[in-house]
Design a protein around this ligand. Sequence first.
Ligand code: ADP
Length: 160
Amino acid sequence: MRIVIYPGTFDPIHSGHLDIAERAATLFDKLIFAVAVNAEKNPLFSPKERIEMIMDATRHIPNVEAFSTDGLVADFARKHRAAALIRGLRHVSDFEFEFQMATMNHHLNSEVSTLLMVTSEKYIHLNSTVVKDVARLGGDISNFVPINVMVHLKEKYNLN
Ligand code: ADP
């Protein structure tokens, strides 16, 4: 079974993440989201909430699972017997960091290879911080997040 891990904070999952997940899931037997607990980033949503939103937003993809982790992605990949990590690449500026992470993860777990998937053009400027900022100020984010995430963001910010 070919398994790929999609690591990130996903606070919350947005359409750019979903696009990468949909495409990567067709290339592997199973795609597992590794949701970083990332307490130092002070996430808006708890790991449990982030996983629920991911599972809700990916109902149409049959081969997806999601778990939280506060450890190394390389260890998470080993535990799940994954062959690969998938990461989205938006700008050239993402590349340096992703390159460093990929070489370090390969050093920590030589059985895992990192694949970088170029984001669809319409999501190039999208990230979770922008989504949260726009939602908090009452802007329209319907093109950028799945409907279930929009509902959760409105609840968090007490918007109707
Ligand atoms: P962010 O807070 O920037 O959305 P995450 O840590 O949740 O970032 O990102 C997890 C993975 O998703 C990373 O590989 C990141 O490059 C990728 N990603 C983030 N935003 C996008 C996007 N708009 N299009 C494609 N991939 C993305």
